[in-house]
Write a protein of this length. Structure first.
Length: 340
């Protein structure tokens, strides 16, 4: 495993670095091509006819001190990336008294908390639903469960959030519609974020469970007279959970980096809210810094999941398959017919 693993890890790390460079170039180029800039947007939003406010003067001063006067665009990019390598993104335009890395350090734990709670809730929903549907394959209950799962998967998160606000805030008056003061503020955002992942995970649990129930060791356990509950929990369910590692890792990373609409709707001070604000105001340092941070989270999580999958499944190591994609491994374990 040693040589193959190191070669695979080296290729993945090189791909990660090249991908980050590509993400940074695309983001920076789009920012340059986008109409308007931070100063223009601030002037229009404040109704001023000149750029004379203290805020824009502070931004101009911070920009000049970091990048210099009359610096070409390509050099601005190189200066920014040089700082990014050392975790120094410079001050934000919109929040000139704060450095971007400090904003990320303060806001990301909020987004991570929402994502972690949402994945845990999704797992608590998906495991019993998936097992229940698998044990009653092709029954009315199975088809009903899969219909609800498909509906939950197709429903956009922001639409789920709007429905929850109408139900729990406007109608029942039991939950606050915004803020981040306590556990009650987390209920609706976590529910809105968990609905889609719960549907995805339930399908994976059902499909993996159906495959595992057909394995010879499960049949042998039944033939030995083992109780049905023991066979399902100790043999079938435990081995069915391995493919979930392939899904849960990227799903958690995706939620950490994809809470923009939910945080904006519920006014939660996470990194998604700052990202939306930076995009609207053309805050280049904050937008570039948060985009690169999001990209690192996604790529590193995907790498870790691949490595963990190889550790959990000895067949991957025995076949020298560290470099095989997770999608290929998942397709070998779960057929399209079983996933329906």
């Amino acid at each position: 495993m040693g040589t193959g693993f190191l070669a695979y890890l080296g290729r993945r790390l090189l791909r990660l670095v090249l991908s980050l460079v590509a993400v940074s170039l695309i983001t920076f180029t789009l920012l340059q091509l986008a109409p308007g800039n931070f100063a223009d947007i601030q002037r229009i939003s404040s109704g001023a006819s000149t750029i004379g406010s203290a805020g824009t003067e502070a931004v101009a001063s911070a920009f000049e001190s970091r990048y210099g006067a009359d610096v070409p665009v390509w050099k601005q990019y190189l200066i920014f990336m040089k700082g990014a390598v050392t975790w120094d993104f410079g001050p934000s335009y919109k929040y000139p008294t704060l450095d971007v890395q400090d904003i990320i350090a303060k806001a990301f734990p909020v987004s991570a908390t929402l994502a972690l709670l949402s994945v845990l809730l999704a797992l608590l929903i998906a495991l019993p639903v998936g097992v229940f549907a698998a044990l009653r394959q092709n029954s009315v209950a199975d088809h009903g469960m899969m219909f609800l799962v498909t509906l939950g998967h197709a429903l956009p998160g922001f639409l789920s959030a709007a429905f929850l606000v109408l139900l729990f805030t406007a109608t029942l008056h039991v939950l606050p519609s915004s803020g981040f003061q306590g556990p009650r503020n987390l209920v609706m955002p976590v529910l809105a974020l968990a609905i889609g992942p719960a549907a995805v995970l339930a399908r994976y649990v059902r499909s993996s469970m159906l495959e595992t129930l057909r394995e010879e060791y499960v049949t042998a356990a039944y033939a030995k007279g083992g109780p049905r509950r023991t066979v399902i929990i100790r043999h079938a369910l435990r081995n069915s959970l391995i493919p979930l590692v392939t899904v849960v890792g990227p799903l958690l990373a995706g939620l950490m980096t994809g809470t923009v609409f939910i945080e904006a709707l519920f006014r939660i001070p996470g990194l998604g809210l700052y990202f939306a604000s930076a995009a609207a105001s053309r805050d280049m340092p904050l937008l570039m810094g948060s985009t690169l941070f999001f990209a690192v989270i996604l790529m590193v999580t995907n790498l870790v999941v691949d490595l963990v999958y190889g550790v959990l499944d000895p067949r991957i190591r025995a076949e020298g398959g560290w470099g095989r994609s997770r999608s290929r491994r998942a397709s070998q374990r779960i057929s399209p017919q079983e996933a329906l």
